[in-house]
Ligand binder design. Structure first.
Ligand code: IVH
Length: 688
């Protein structure tokens, strides 16, 4: 091949690679597989290695590879990057809009139906990209708005940032165009990065914004290249040779020239519509794979923007509608341990109350000792807590910089905090257990489980009452509930308090609450066999396994007489569950409880369940994102055991989409098709 042929081929390859890059990173609609892409990329790399003189600065091979810097160079922005005033609630947003109308009128502009644009407010790092004659010449951080740091070499590693403006055939690039946007780290990458850092004894990032900023401000571009940073572009700043009349037009221009613009930006005719969009953003927040801390509302028209001007650092033509932050830092006061109904010791964080995601939390589960050590969480630490959507609050990790040095490793207690028995950690398990079958905590917890909503659903018998009745010896096991007498309960002292006069008042159980309780207990006698079986609290036997067992054995005698082998032959029931069932019914006190419950009139048999009667029969599910309390495989198993189907993609026949943390494109598709999307909490409720 002649040099000119090679040059031609290199150009062709560059164009193809950039195109596929664009399809993959900007549009999220790849057309070729990784292998094919790699083949093109390697061919170009080889050509350029053999002919370095043919290399161009916008070649896709030139994204990574710059030398580490000693320090960043400060650069002045061609036009200052402003910040945004905040509206903390809807009134403030409406007030802003009224002010905009007034100011425009004062300046002789008819505010009429001034169009507004709403966008997500991405919680990342603001950056400015300058393109000269269509080529990326400089990328900088916002800095103080006037002067930022030149981080071009790091920004070049972000594949969604075009190295050259994408032009239409025959189109000339503007002489200069400055594109602004927010660089962010997707939530899944943020979590993974923090896990790796915690495991390596490095401080964790408090939030995705810090992680993004930390990555972009690295002197060694290889660090940034190793982090899957991404960008949403939201503004055209300084330009020469580009005529635009409105923000909406600017967004359009960006979209048409290879820049990644958030697909959910919208234009509205009224503040009410804009407000509805802001609310929708807040709702949608748990479905996104990036963090947003609010929505931005902008006046669309550039002439209006200019007329409105700037006060201090904030333009009057835009405002941020803030959401409650989803991460926070607080003090871990203590690690508490409670004992569950199966004897598992469950550690939990007791924290200084802190607001996260709109609610105040002071407790969070800590899973198990290994997890606590893996995250290196120590009592007394400052910790990052996270609450995404309707997911249970989590302790992400410690803020190591804030350690005093006095924090000591946490150890699970070697004695049960409830009964004092020596705890055991069975081989291969992460959980510590109290082996004592008559441990008070286990009994109380199993009674709480028995009466709970998904189980026997005995309204009127609350947790406090159970604890009290157990403490008084009136209820020693599940069956005792049904043998309580009215006269044992009425007048029972439940708690004491001190009134305004400083006198102690004793609160006693009243006739009416006792009557309610008796009625609820009575009503629960009619619950079907599978519900009773679930309510017994056999380890590993959730509501679905209870259904499977009940429909197979049809009565308790058959189940109690069955051997482990026979039980594990039931479709969907494995040897671990079979062993747990055997162990449970092997205990004399459980046999006795079953006998007394049966005597009390509870159902211990049922007709065979037809497949058509299964609660999810005929319903088609799609799973997306990570569920906190079960794996994908487990979720699928549960759905199928209840008669439902699980499909890999959203389509016409989909009934329900279950969205966990960081759902992907399936949630997007579901929204487009108007399919119902439910979160983890609702899903758990559905499957019992
Ligand atoms: S517009 C007036 N649009 O929020 C123009 N900013 O609090 C100011 N941000 O520094 C920027 N998403 O880092 C704009 N869609 C969006 C944004 C956004 C995030 C950030 C940006 C800015 C900060 C101001």
């Amino acid at each position: 091949m002649s040099v000119s042929d090679i040059d031609k081929r290199a150009r062709q390859l560059r164009q193809q690679i950039e195109h596929h890059n664009y399809l993959y990173y900007v549009l999220d609609r790849p057309q070729i597989g990784d292998a094919e892409y790699d083949r093109l990329f390697n061919e170009l790399k080889l050509l350029e290695e053999q002919h370095p003189e043919l290399r161009t600065p916008d070649s896709p091979t030139q994204r990574v590879g710059a030398e580490p810097l000693k320090e960043f160079i400060q650069v002045r922005h061609p036009q200052p990057l402003f910040s945004l005033a905040n509206a903390r609630n809807e009134e403030e947003l409406r007030a802003w809009h009224v002010r905009v109308g007034k100011l425009l009128a004062e300046r002789g502009i008819d505010p009429g139906r001034a169009a507004l644009v709403t966008e997500p407010k991405i919680d990342g790092l603001a950056i400015s990209l300058v393109y000269e004659e269509g080529l990326l010449s400089r990328g900088a951080t916002r800095g103080n708005g006037e002067v930022g740091e030149d981080v071009t070499m790091n920004l070049r590693t972000i594949h969604a940032i075009p190295l050259a403006v994408r032009l239409q055939a025959g189109e000339q690039p503007p002489a200069v165009v400055e594109v602004r946007g927010e660089v962010y780290l997707p939530l899944a990458a943020f979590e993974k990065l923090n896990q790796e850092r915690a495991a390596a004894g490095q401080p964790v990032f408090a939030n995705p914004r810090n992680a993004a900023a930390g990555s972009v401000r690295q002197l060694d571009p290889r660090v940034a290249a190793g982090r899957p940073l991404n960008i949403w572009c939201y503004q055209v700043g300084y330009s020469e040779g580009l005529e635009l009349d409105s923000h909406w037009q600017a967004l359009d221009w960006l979209k048409n020239h290879g820049f990644r613009v958030n697909p959910h930006v919208k234009r509205h005719d009224s503040i009410e519509e804009a407000l509805a969009a802001c609310r929708a953003w807040e709702q949608r927040r748990p479905e996104l794979d990036y963090d947003i801390d609010g929505a931005v509302v902008k006046v669309d028209d550039y002439k209006m923007q200019e007329a409105l001007g700037i006060v201090g650092r904030d333009p009057r033509w835009a405002i941020a509608f803030k959401f409650a932050p989803s991460t926070a830092i607080t003090r871990l006061l203590k690690i508490g341990v409670n004992v569950g109904r199966t004897g598992a010791l469950n550690p939990y964080a007791i924290m200084e109350p802190v607001a996260v995601g709109g609610v105040t939390i002071s407790q969070a589960t800590l899973h198990n000792e290994d997890d606590i050590h893996r995250k290196d969480i120590r009592p007394g630490d400052w910790v990052v807590v996270q609450r995404a959507g309707d997911v249970i609050p989590q302790v992400v990790g410690p803020v190591i910089q804030k350690r005093s040095g006095k924090e000591r490793l946490f150890r699970m207690p070697d004695r049960c905090p409830s009964c004092g028995s020596h705890t055991v950690r069975p081989e291969g398990e992460v959980v510590f257990r109290c082996p004592n079958k008559s441990c008070p905590s286990q009994i109380v917890e199993s009674i709480k489980h028995f009466v709970s909503k998904g189980a026997m659903d005995i309204d009127g018998v609350g947790e406090k009452l159970i604890e009290r009745l157990f403490g008084l010896g009136l209820v020693r096991n599940l069956a005792d509930l049904y043998y309580l007498k009215r006269e044992d309960l009425v007048g029972l002292a439940m708690s004491t308090s001190v009134n305004k006069q400083g006198k102690e008042v004793v609160h006693r159980l009243q006739e009416t609450s006792v009557a309610n309780m008796m009625r609820a207990l009575d009503g629960s006698r009619k619950r079907p066999f599978h519900t009773v079986l679930f309510a017994l609290g056999i380890r590993h036997v959730g509501s679905i396994n209870a259904r499977l067992l009940a429909s197979q054995f049809r009565d308790i005698d058959a189940l109690m007489a069955a051997g482990e082998d026979e039980i594990s032959r039931v479709e969907g029931i494995g040897p671990v569950i079979a062993e747990a069932v055997r162990d449970f019914f092997g205990e004399p006190h459980n046999q006795e409880a079953v006998g007394r419950l049966r005597q009390a009139g509870l159902s211990f048999s049922q007709e065979k369940e037809e497949p058509g009667e299964l609660p999810l029969a005929g319903r088609s599910f799609v799973l997306t994102g990570t569920l906190a309390s079960l794996t994908r495989a487990e979720a699928r198993e549960k759905i199928e055991a209840l008669g439902g189907k699980v499909s890999g993609s959203v389509g016409k026949s989909t009934d329900l989409v279950v969205a966990g943390i960081n759902p992907g494109s399936k949630a997007k598709k579901a929204r487009e098709l108007g399919k119902k999307i439910i979160g983890e909490k609702e899903f758990l409720r559905l499957i019992g």
